[in-house]
Design a protein around this ligand. Structure first.
Ligand code: NAD
Ligand code: UDP
Length: 309
């Protein structure tokens, strides 16, 4: 089996590449290194099962592969808002090109979609049947509307051309290989606390999130690719925390003397988000195993070790 992982040099993509290679599968990793790093996959360079291609998914590409894991897209708000037009192009053209490839090769394709398709949800927790409350013209729209058109394209390729699709609605995921200060809450808080800087709380910190450790996420994606279900599936952790609670947990693990500083809440920042994962439990026999406490320890260990280098 030969796999194409787009965005394979990124945070989740590189962990997926590790897992596929561990299972002795052939892997082509494709990335434009916008937010991905060669160092995330450099340990595989000499592996004959591994190939690395610098390519932008907004341009078509011809390859011979059996399965496509389509993860290429910046995920952190500061990254996807840097060039929002490019983010929309990546979501639409990138997914269109990968679906065209899947159609030609009769390859199965998994789209890394997102809980952002639910927008600022009025329903809590969110089931897959919830249609979402999305602002189509805000600063997050390039990403959440981008992923919505990507999902829509997947279903049209399935209906029109019989392409075999898998659709993962990924909820907040964290772990080693996140970029320090990439704007995401866990990487921001850990790097701030390790430096002795104030922890930046946006708004009053009452917003709710749930955090999935990356190993659990990759396990869920692999189970999804291998199952027969082709509707959207939420993959995420169901333990919920306010941002203030998260800040206190990280502060107490790293430096109890650290202070908090309040900053304004970004536009359209969802007030609450937590997945209902009944479908993942039923269809994939998957649920997360790693709790926040354990996952944070592993992530803090990673950030400490990269700081020393
Ligand atoms: P990431 O930014 O670390 O990885 C994205 C990868 O895609 C990077 O390696 C980047 O260089 C590459 N990329 C971006 N645009 C590209 C383009 N036009 N052509 C080729 N490569 C391109 O982010 P991540 O957290 O690993 O997210 C991976 C996927 O999972 C994304 O599609 C994201 O939307 C989705 N997702 C992630 C989360 C999360 O919490 N991490 C939540 C929901 C959805
Ligand atoms: N957040 C925060 N301080 C930070 C970074 C993020 O308070 O330094 C908040 C942010 O406003 C949001 C939550 O943490 O409410 C999660 O943010 P992240 O960017 O990680 O993910 P998303 O908003 O996409 O869930």
């Amino acid at each position: 089996m030969r796999h194409l992982v787009t965005g394979g040099a990124g945070f989740i993509g590189s962990h997926l590449v590790d897992r596929l290679l561990e299972a002795n599968q052939e892997v082509i990793c494709l990335d434009n290194y916008f937010t991905g790093r060669k160092s995330n996959i450099s340990n595989h360079i000499d592996n004959p099962l591994f190939e690395l291609i610098r390519h932008d998914v907004t341009d078509p590409i011809q390859l011979e592969i059996d399965q496509i894991w389509h993860l290429a897209c910046p995920a952190s708000p500061i990254h996807y808002q840097l060039n929002p037009i490019k983010t929309s192009k990546t979501s639409f053209l990138g997914t269109y090109n990968m679906l065209g490839l899947a159609r030609r090769l009769r390859a199965k394709i998994l789209l890394a979609s997102t809980s952002e398709v639910y927008g600022n949800p009025e329903v809590h927790p969110q089931p897959e049947s919830y249609k979402g409350a999305v602002n189509p013209i805000g600063i997050r729209s390039c990403y959440n509307e981008g992923k919505r058109i990507a999902e829509s394209l997947c279903f049209d390729y399935q209906r029109m051309h019989g392409v075999s699709i898998r659709l993962a609605r990924i909820f907040n995921t964290y772990g080693p290989r996140m970029i320090p200060d990439d704007g995401r809450v866990i990487s921001n808080f850990i790097t701030q606390a390790l430096r002795g800087d104030q922890i930046t709380i946006y708004g009053d910190g009452s917003q709710i999130r749930s955090f999935c450790y990356v190993d659990d996420m990759v396990e869920g994606l692999i189970k999804l690719m291998n199952c027969n279900y082709n509707g959207p599936i939420n993959i995420g952790n169901t333990e919920e925390f306010t941002i203030l609670e998260l800040a206190n947990i990280i502060k107490n693990k790293i430096n109890p003397n650290i202070r908090f500083v309040k900053k304004s809440l970004p536009q359209d920042d969802p007030h609450q988000r937590r997945p209902l994962i009944n479908l993942a439990i039923e269809k994939l026999n998957w649920k997360p195993k790693i709790d926040l406490n354990t996952g944070l320890d592993k992530t803090i260990h990673y950030f400490k070790s990269t700081k020393k280098q």
